[in-house]
Design a protein around this ligand. Sequence first.
Ligand SMILES: [Zn+2]
Ligand SMILES: [Zn+2]
Length: 1018
Amino acid sequence: MAEPVFQPLPTVPDHPSLEEEVLATWERERTFEALREQNRGGPRFSFVDGPVTANRFSLGVHTAWGRTLKDVFQRYKGLRGFDQRYQNGFDCQGLWIEVGVERSLGLNSKREIEEFGLEEFARRCRDVVVRSSEALTRGSIRLGQWMDWGRDYFTFSDTNIEYIWKFLKIVHGRGWLYMGHRATEWCPRCGTSLSQHELSQSGVYQERSDPSLFVRFPLLDFEGQSVVVWTTTPWTLPANVAAAVHPDEEYGRRDNGEWVATKLFPEDTFVERLAGRDLVGRRYRGPFDDLPPGSRVEHRVIPWEDVTMDQGTGIVHIAPGAGGEDFELSRVHDLPVLTPVDEAGRFYDDYGWLHGSTTTEAADQIVGRLGETGFLVEAGLYTHAYPHCWRCDTPLIFRLSDDWFISVEEIRPKLLDENAKVDWVPEYMGKRMDDWLRNMGDWNISRRRYYGLPLPLYPCACGHLNVIGSKTELADRALEGMEQLEELRRPWIDRVPIRCEECGERVERIAEVGDVWLDAGIVPFATLGWENPTWIEEGYATGAARGLTKADLPDHAYWEKWFPADWVSEMREQIRLWFYSQFFMSVALVGRSPYRRVLGYEKMLDEHGREMHASWGNTIPAEDAFAQMGADVMRWQYCAQPPERNLLFGFGPAESIKRELLTLWNSVKFFVEYANIDSFRPSWEALNLEGDLAPLDRWLVERTHAFVRDAEAGYESYLSVDVMRAYQAYVDDLSNWYIRRSRPRFWAGGDAAAFQTLWYALVQMLRVMAPILPFVTDHLWRNLVLDGPSSVHLAGWPDVPEPDRTLLDEVADVRRVVTLAHQARATSGMKLRQPLRRLVVEGASAAQGHAAEIADEVNVKEIEFGVVEAELRVKPNLPVLGPRLGKELRAVQQALQAGEFEELGDGRFRVAGHELEPDDVLVERLGSGVSAVASADGVTVALDTMLDDELVLEGRVRDLIRQVNTLRKESGFHVTDRIVLTLPESDEPLLRWEDRIKSEVLAVEIRVDGDLAVERAT
Ligand SMILES: [Zn+2]
Ligand SMILES: [Zn+2]
């Protein structure tokens, strides 16, 4: 036997091993390089990658989602001939890296890090980045992501850092940089403050139970009277300096002397009532005046308009050293500020018996002491959402801190204008950005840590703030230490003091490092060579990045070419993080947004809708997913997901996707099997179908063109879910309509038009789906395309004419009628092999020219287009109508039940004074005793279920044909083998259909003798 034209396909694809083979082929043939070469000089598509944090040692399925989307749209643009940069990025500094290293070294505080030594600590942090970036690269390649691996950017490169220095210097020149002294959210474990945008990340607010305390402060000049406050942070009470009341609210005194807001205790009786303003100024004894800090404070009642009347007592305990708003109030009312705890959240020495305890440890002691001293009114528990450190999960506290800020007030209007020009998908995410830009506070850029961008700020005793803008400037002004400066990093940088440009004195750098979002935000400038006079080969590989990447530092002309990005994509959380930081920096530096278009997407949960947590055992490492479902199946899950909803990812959904992928697989397998029998050899030249085609072939061609166009619209709007929907509808039409209706043409052999058409459709489909399913499409492509481009990824996007929508509507109507007819049959319990006399069709007028096809499909003798006599039953669609109609629903429901409604056409009804849309109701049409009726979307069919002798006999013939074909298979006959068929005498009447039986079972002869039997014809 001759070598088959096409490789026969197994029944079920083994995705993981098929993918490994494809990866090896890409590697061997340098397919990605060939694509880049092919597109060089083409139109530009500029994508800028948001850096992935290099602190994990395997790719997570969360990260794989974003990486897939990035890959899909870059691959699509690649098919369309766009020249692209394909630069991947790693985020390499900051707390997340530090915390991992601290844990691995068993270090528990900043003091222990310093004892360990900052040089070695920095080297360990870099090691993490090196190992992590290697692992993430491996995972991404396995996922099928095509990037310019090896030329990645690493945000800890000196170049990246220098660009941020330059930014800070410019910002300082505008007067936006300042040091703020204020109470901020503080992580006692990490020993640093957190910025507003860090608090906005998911997982920060967690349910937690805290003590709920009602505490009385005795008034000094009103014997026996006290004000009662409520607090959930006992540790802040030793820092109390004031009690705030709302000046306009009413307060009442209970007969035991306690003052509270009357609104909050409506049941209580009060012996005296006063407006809050009348309590203002009263002095009281503080709860911990026996400790030195409290003893020095004159505690008093102050007015505050923001006191709310929703919980507590309406009197608020004020501790300016331990609360953000409290601190603001201290400025207004000139209150003393007590700072009770140090960087690690432990009480200072002057807090006596509390000294050295953490805020949590102190809580019990404080409650006990309040009980003893008679300050405690009541103690309980209170469950609320409380902020935790997003890196180490420690509950945050408020603490006074000197932080460096960038003022946002001056630039805010420009930010809003620029954001309005960005095209956000989904649209609501742009609104979220707008809200954030309107409400965000100044940007806190300093962190009291080690492994991060060294802030180039040198405040001099003379009052002048020196800001260094580059390494060259540092060298010019350095007093010493340049020779030991391995990297722009602590501890080395701390050994380089400079001369003050104002007074000439020696100045040291501040100890703080920068917010990591500066690192990622500068990327559109640092990686594209903004204002860099000459191109430097491998010029980005500086500092810690040396030896890790071959990335160039391009020149300014390159930046002009590639900035701004045409498209960026990350999860929604990044609105306040990376989308924000690069946007802010870009508008500050060049007055415009760094991106034109954004695709955001929501969260990933497990397949049951729960958050994925290692401790719950429901996380999925990408390796497991690659091994068990394969990258294509993962990519399908990611791409079929509407971005505005959470993705429920898992092995369950993967199984159903594998089954669904079989439709594509089987369509190709069908083609391969019969084309091999027929030795059909398609040629790439003949890809463009011309000339007269059979109606069904012509339909498939048009249907394919419509699919290409629909998918194109999905890709162009960055909605992979639209491409997936178009694909699913198309594959169904291809397999369950075209192939099923054309089977005999392939069996008979020689129908070149059928082979040619099916090949055309399959090949075009593979090109369209290549960005989403890069492995299976290339695998099949390499089998189907004998003399064309060697890879589907090099084949370009199919260029097709506008499809004939009229023809497509006709067949869509036909398929609708057929589906309804099958439903009607199912309700009547009549199997499809039993021919029936008549089907009446109402609606679906476009299907009229296809009566013969419908008759054949649904196995009836006659199709009639006309009016279906059927009883109409209309029920309310409760999930839709319930919320809308409310109390009115009952009246509508009763009227519908009683048949008191008017049909308005197009599926609309008037009932009890309401006009209902098609979605508002469930419509059912019931046939009479001799017909089965089905109805949907304005089409109704009635199937005549009466049988006569003729129909019964034909039904038996069909049963027989099926039985014989099963026998053929069981006997191991080849699909082309001819047979001799023997029938029992009882089947003799069936011979009225002898020719049909012979042709459908490939029988050369039928004998009537004994039992049913088949044998190979000689
Ligand atoms: Zn922390
Ligand atoms: Zn100075």
